[in-house]
Design a protein around this ligand. Structure first.
Ligand code: F6P
Length: 326
């Protein structure tokens, strides 16, 4: 077993609330075990450009409550090339770094997987994305905060919807995953929830809106996940309006407000736990896995299994949401 004394940590892809808590946890657990911890700036791009800082206790002070990421983040095109990845490897070797911890989502782990296959360099992942679309963890860091942001916003919009007898189409993030829409839809009592994992029939949607009308509802909220097959919230609203004029409608796109803000208690604790457990995994020479939490247990999932499309939306929750919105 290789004795680890120097590691690096980076954040990559879309930022998510709780990434700072994870950076703090990785750093402090590393310091406790006498490790040198490098913080890589701007994700894989910083690895290629050798943009790294030696972390110390002070750098990770007073960040557990902050959204965003102190290491900054980006999606690096250079890392998608063999040349970029070779340069990244050279920089890691030149600093004597023995293991890399990446905090991010499916794009981040896809990059890590290719890098490992090509260069046999140990990488371990921490799930950090608001989308919650990774297999091998019940929750990803940032998802809970994002959902709470959506719930707060939808509650406010409902006040206007109710006061003006309007039907609102509210678009939420999640790229091609409906986890944000489903959970926040249940929590806000949305009249319908459109997600990419299930085909959207405009006819059925209109039938539901008409049914609500007949049951004396005077306003409504339709949550539209950004990747829905019927289109974005504007397109869905237009399709509905062209066939049913029973409502005055409005569209709200919540956008990047969902990615920012102070992490919730749940995200801080999850990030702290996964950061701590990931350093423990690195010390045991684990590699090529994402460290997640499933049913309160720490679970290591190989990158190829954790990334996109392996995680299924809970059909029972969808059915429950439908019944509760009747
Ligand atoms: O993956 C996280 C995410 O917030 C998605 O939900 C969204 O589709 C995407 O990032 C937006 O990315 P960008 O920051 O490039 O606008």
């Amino acid at each position: 077993m290789q004795k680890i004394s120097r590691i690096a940590v980076l954040t990559s892809g879309g930022d998510s609330p709780g990434m700072n808590a994870a950076i703090r946890s990785v750093s402090r657990t590393g310091f406790y075990h006498g490790l040198e911890v490098y913080g890589v700036m701007r994700g894989y791009q910083g690895l290629i450009e050798n943009d790294m800082i030696l972390m110390d206790n002070q750098r990770v002070s007073n960040i557990i409550q902050r959204g965003g990421t102190i290491l900054k983040s980006m999606r690096s095109n250079d890392f998608m090339t063999p040349r970029g990845r070779r340069q990244a490897l050279e920089n890691l070797h030149s600093r004597g770094i023995q293991s890399l911890i990446v905090i991010g989502g499916d794009g981040t782990f896809t990059g890590a997987k290719i890098f490992m296959e090509e260069h046999d360099f140990p990488v371990v992942g921490i799930p950090g994305t608001i989308d919650n679309d990774l297999y091998g963890t019940d929750f990803t860091i940032g998802y809970d905060t994002a959902v709470n942001t959506v719930v707060e916003a939808v509650d406010k919009i409902r006040d206007t919807a109710g006061s003006h007898n309007r039907l609102f189409f509210i678009e939420v993030m999640g790229r091609d995953a409906g986890f944000i829409a489903l959970r926040s839809g249940i929590a806000t009592g949305a009249e319908d929830i459109l997600i990419p994992e299930r085909h959207t029939s405009i006819k059925e949607l209109i039938n539901k809106i008409k049914y609500d009308r007949r049951s004396n509802k005077t306003s409504g909220i339709i949550l539209v996940s950004e990747g829905d097959d019927a289109g974005n919230a504007y397109e869905v609203a237009e399709k509905v309006n062209s066939q049913f004029q029973g409502y005055s409608t409005r569209v709200t796109v919540l956008g990047h407000i969902q990615r920012g803000g102070a992490p919730s208690c749940m995200d801080r604790v999850l990030a702290s736990t996964l950061g701590y457990e990931t350093v423990n995994a690195v010390l045991k020479n684990e590699q090529g896995v994402m460290v997640g939490k499933v049913n309160k247990e720490i679970v290591y999932t190989p990158f190829e299994k954790s990334i996109k499309h392996h995680r299924k939306v809970n059909a029972a929750m969808l059915e429950m949401a439908r019944i509760l919105s009747l």
